[in-house]
Design a protein around this ligand. Structure first.
Ligand SMILES: C[S@@+](CC[C@H](N)C(=O)[O-])C[C@H]1O[C@@H](n2cnc3c(N)ncnc32)[C@H](O)[C@@H]1O
Ligand SMILES: [Zn+2]
Length: 283
């Protein structure tokens, strides 16, 4: 039996464009999205549309990472981060706001924004099928589409009021193209102090490059001007399973020896959460 169109995806048919033709709209039919030229994209039975066809994305979280992320985010440890992201997004909102979350993961932050904006619709883009499965269920008004952030987005020009980007890959030119001139880009990224205790004790954890912040500004500057930055920093208690999930949900998981994690006393029982959230306006 063909998969029916998820209601949240239906909300986005006016903004989605065929990724092959780039300009044509997509229409639902027989379990797929189709463009008038005959390009066809499956709707997964898990509720997301696979616009990324024929090519394998170069990056994306695997199932174990996504499960760890889902469990860890459910603990609420990052709730203050979600709160700030939602507040900055709400500042940019109009009555019927469209939010696009690039590298949405499980949809945790997108759902936070939609909770705060009852008239808004949200679209999450990610390369990870397993993450999109969660994102498609994250909120009634959240749709999920498989897409690679480094390719031109399958979206109309000026489609979004808010582009959300939390700990995820960035494409400044495409962010700019899909945002309305009055819209806002919200970028949340870690500071050097983020999870410092964990990085200190698990040598294989990927370190944060000190030049990262400078690189972000250089990449965004031709397209965006920063309007407001908020730092969120706090110490959070960490149970042992939470600490293991926190390592397992990062790319470091691939380099960490399970035996290392099982070594008692290695994992900290509290951790510093330290992020910057910036709202940018298009130039
Ligand atoms: C650190 S996670 C952050 C997820 C989510 N924003 C959050 O904070 O919970 C990075 C996400 O980017 C996705 N990702 C990696 N490479 C990508 C790409 N080229 N295009 C789109 N998403 C990508 C991963 O699959 C993962 O879900
Ligand atoms: Zn087409």
């Amino acid at each position: 039996m063909p998969v029916s169109l998820p209601p949240a995806l239906d909300l986005f048919l006016d903004l989605l464009r065929c990724p092959t033709c780039r300009t044509r709209r997509l229409h639902p039919g027989r379990g797929a999205l189709r463009c008038p030229a005959g390009h066809t994209f499956d709707i997964a039975r898990h509720g997301y549309a696979s616009l990324l066809t024929g090519t394998r994305a170069t990056s994306g979280d695997d199932a174990a990472m996504v499960r760890a992320r889902d469990r860890f985010l459910a603990t609420g440890t990052y709730a203050p981060v979600r709160e700030v992201g939602a507040r900055l997004a709400a500042d940019a909102a109009s009555e019927q706001t469209t939010v696009v979350d690039v590298g949405c993961g499980t949809g945790y932050y997108l759902a936070g924004v939609l909770d705060r904006l009852p008239g808004a619709r949200g679209l999450g883009l990610d390369t990870s099928g397993r993450a999109l499965r969660s994102a498609a269920r994250a909120h009634d008004r959240a749709a999920a589409v498989a897409w690679d952030a480094f390719r031109p987005f399958p979206l109309a020009d000026r489609a979004a009021d808010v582009v959300l980007n939390v700990f995820a890959p960035r494409n400044p030119a495409e962010f700019h193209r899909i945002l309305r001139p009055t819209g806002r880009l919200i970028v949340v990224r870690p500071t050097l102090r983020h999870l410092a205790e964990l990085r200190g004790q698990v040598p294989a954890m990927v370190t944060i490059d000190p030049a990262k912040e400078q690189r972000l500004h250089r990449a965004l500057d031709p397209f965006f001007a920063a309007v407001f930055t908020e730092k969120v920093e706090y110490s959070a208690p960490l149970t042992r399973p939470e600490a293991v999930d926190l390592v397992a949900m990062t790319p470091s998981a691939r380099h960490v020896n399970r035996a290392e994690l099982n070594d008692d006393g290695l994992l900290p029982d509290q951790v510093t959460v330290s992020v910057l959230a910036t709202a940018y306006q298009p130039r």
